[in-house]
Design a protein around this ligand. Structure first.
Ligand code: TXA
Ligand code: MG
Length: 331
């Protein structure tokens, strides 16, 4: 059923209206420092079910619960080992999502039946104010339809979910890439999804940080190979030689090919070119990645994207590029 999606300002009146909608079981998209989230009261199963419905998200994919204050996480977890508390102290408020055994208060629908729950305290005034005013933790995945490009602006949220949700709070995101999702196991920390907090930053705080691989996949049900996908096919390349080969082998008219480049490099072909960061700055590249994919899909029949240096935020950017370009054998 189509809803009327209201645009709200991130001022006192807008936040109050958004909070009231959450309290009465509505779906409200809001900015965080990473990307836009689609929020519902985490304790209201009907509202949480609405998130899955609006996104077309399978119910085996658990949601992150957002809290306004770091201490509120401890009500959602069953218990908490010292290393988890240390992580909260070091990184919250901020773009780190921490998974731990869930308390009985958290409905099974939120966690897709898992015995653990992912929690994050965002570092964004609008997000925290909205959660505080709603008076409860807010379950919120990224505010896109399932498998699609993550929205980093309210306009992108409207493109994805207009008519399916109650409101969008206007505002800006800063980082443009989702949080890092981690699971502490004793003194070890398993990264389930690379994101805005880099591996190097985590290693400064945690003695053993394990990344990727089959284990991460096993622990992260929603981490499907294909995700963040543009509506047109996408291929990756490293060198200008590979780019040139892909352009000429594609059979696509040159003016309909979108090229996503990391930094300023000469391109002689008349493709639609988008530079993620002319200065080669990975932070800028992260913030421009999802808007770049949205722009290029709107004017191209094929996107060719360059992988970025795999250091710092580059790891998370390459993760998103890999998933966005993943092809099933049936594709
Ligand atoms: O920056 C972000 O993390 C944004 C903002 C809105 O906070 N949220 C976000 O949520 O990216 P979502 O649902 O798009 O991605 C959350 C990821 C999914 O891959 C999900 O499978 C995983 O976290 N996840 C959630 N709860 C989990 C759990 N209990 N165990 C393992 N993985 C979990
Ligand atoms: Mg998402």
């Amino acid at each position: 059923m189509l809803k009327r999606t209201v645009l709200l300002n991130d001022d006192d009146a807008g936040l109050e209206q958004g909070a009231e909608m959450l309290r009465s079981g509505g779906l409200v998209a809001f900015p965080t420092e990473t990307v836009f989230g689609l929020g519902a009261c985490a304790f209201n199963c009907r509202a949480v079910a609405g998130i899955f419905e609006a996104k077309g998200r399978p119910t085996f994919d658990p949601l992150i619960v957002h809290v306004a204050e770091p201490d509120h996480a401890y009500d959602l977890w069953d218990s908490c080992i010292a290393s988890t508390r240390h992580l909260c102290d070091q990184f919250w408020p901020g773009p780190l999502t921490i998974i731990n055994a869930k308390s009985e208060k958290v409905p099974d629908l939120v966690t897709a039946g898992l015995s653990s729950v992912a929690v994050r305290c965002p570092d964004h005034e609008t997000a925290r104010e909205l959660i505080t005013r709603s008076g409860m933790p807010v379950a919120a995945p990224s505010a896109n339809r399932f498998g699609r490009i993550t929205p980093t602006t309210w306009e992108a949220v409207m493109e994805e979910l207009d008519g399916r949700i109650d409101a969008v709070i206007k505002g800006v995101t800063r980082i443009g890439l989702e949080s890092t999702v981690v699971r502490p196991c004793g003194d070890e920390l398993l990264i389930l999804r690379p994101g805005a907090v880099t591996c190097e930053e985590l290693r400064r705080v945690c003695p053993v940080v394990l990344t990727g691989g089959a284990e991460a996949k096993l622990h992260s049900p929603g981490h499907s190979s294909r995700h963040y996908a543009p509506t047109v096919p996408m291929r990756l390349f490293k060198t200008s030689g590979e780019l040139s080969h892909l352009i000429h082998a594609s059979g696509v008219e040159i003016s309909r090919i979108g090229v996503l480049l990391f930094c300023d490099e000469p391109v002689t072909e008349k493709c639609n070119v988008f530079f993620l960061s002319p200065e080669g700055d990975l932070r800028q590249a992260a913030a421009r990645l999802f808007p770049a994919l949205r722009f290029l899909e709107s004017c191209s029949d094929l996107i060719l994207a360059q992988v970025v240096p795999a250091t710092g935020l580059g790891e998370a950017i390459n993760d998103r590029l890999n998933r966005a370009s993943f092809r099933n054998t049936t594709d």
